[in-house]
Design a protein around this ligand. Structure first.
Ligand code: HEM
Length: 185
């Protein structure tokens, strides 16, 4: 699992400078000035961390074949030199989401909320990686760690994207969400 495991550590060190931390729903995270994103297990880099969030990449749950092909054709990878802005948005959904069967969750995510269709419009400007936390155990405070990278000039577009998703039916199932914006130096 180690190459699918990522650790996000907020503290006073790391290549990403935290420019803002907002509590969208529920409690925020302790104040930090810098972020380290590490692959795998990270005991050494987390020594001075104020908080530490872990997630694993996984198989997709909801996308259709057509959506998957369109996403793969359009999306950009992480680490583009010009994409110096990033957002870490940890999210926890309500128990009422998790008791739903798969087909109802898909219907809410896409047929009602157009999550994939809306998101697709922002590719390839916004690069993303979705991490799942639930299967790591009870102690993880979020269900998902979402990570996005974009250029400074795409910041307003990213804000539009987030606003559209937050206005959707899917987001009525969100009970905790933090929005952490970063710049790489
Ligand atoms: C899930 C696409 C932006 C939060 C997904 C999935 C896709 C997707 C395809 C479903 C994966 C699966 O089948 O399991 C996109 C695209 C975006 C975008 C193309 C454009 C950049 C965002 C943003 C947020 C977000 C801005 C947060 C504000 C999530 C979350 C999930 C998710 C939390 C997991 C939902 C769940 O499994 O219940 N996204 N997304 N996405 N996305 Fe996005």
């Amino acid at each position: 699992m180690s190459n699918r495991l990522f650790t996000f550590s907020g503290g006073d060190t790391g290549p990403w400078q935290i420019v803002s931390m907002t509590a969208v729903f529920g409690d925020s995270l302790p104040e930090a000035t810098r972020l380290t994103v590490a692959s795998g297990s990270t005991d050494s880099t987390t020594a001075d961390a104020k908080w530490c969030l872990r997630g694993i990449t996984s198989n997709e749950r909801y996308v259709t074949r057509l959506e998957k092909d369109q996403l793969v054709a359009k999306q950009a990878g992480l680490g583009r030199p010009e994409a110096i802005c990033a957002a870490l948005i940890p999210i926890r959904k309500k128990p009422s989401w998790w008791v739903l069967p798969q087909d109802e969750r898909r219907r809410i995510l896409e047929e009602c909320s157009q999550h994939v269709a809306i998101g697709m419009k922002y590719l390839p400007a916004v690069a993303r990686r979705l991490h799942h936390c639930r299967d790591l155990g009870e102690q993880e405070p979020f269900d998902f760690l979402t990570w996005f990278e974009y250029t400074a000039s795409d910041t307003a577009a990213f804000d539009d994207l987030v606003a559209q998703l937050r206005a959707s039916e899917e987001w009525t199932y969100v009970e905790r969400e933090a929005d952490i914006r970063l710049v790489r130096e």
